[in-house]
Write a new protein. Sequence first.
Length: 236
Amino acid sequence: MKKTTLMASLLLVLCGHALAEPLTFGWLESGQARRQKFEKHFLIGDTLQQFAVGKKLVTLPTGSWVISEVNTFAPDVTQVGSGDVDGATADAALDLQDPQSGDQIYLQTLISPPSNRIWLSSLSDSCRDASQAKEDVVIYQQQLDSKKTDRQSCVKVSGRKAVDKASGEAQLALTTSVMESRDGDYLEYFYTRTVALPAGQASDLAALDKPTRAFIASQMRWGVALKAEIARQMGW
């Protein structure tokens, strides 16, 4: 997830406004029209309490979530049973930041009509287990309900050690990642919080303080509930 400075985020809060209306599309709207509509609906500086696009509704965690970046793109998706590329797909993503806590959220989803002729080409980070994790990443909790390219349903809470460039203090970046998808339609969610990590302290779960362990457990419960709710909304 791309980072923005705290001062920039504070300025965004001052100039933005809160979004309340969901974003919907007509069935015959093209991928390009949908991307343009998404970019006009979600503006940098707006505050968001819910991410509502089509049938997908995500009520964000408590906080003042400011949109810091808006992206839309048209990936090359290969059709099932052929090498042809389907150019009709459209995806969109938002970066959000809470200027008070510094926590960050990244949301990405399909905004074109789903099709049984397409599927995601690879597993999301949420569905990759410990054997596939990077060397500096610790997976604290994970639930893998389905990890196939045509049906992904996973939640993971992981951590990565880092060093604050300004203070030199050791930190632990905790990321909750959620993926719920079927036949190429999907919603992917990442929530990142950075906590202090005393010098020399390991990042394994047993060595973390009680509030951090409680936060990890609560994030896992929240991610599982979000995944189930998206599947219910979409009829998966």
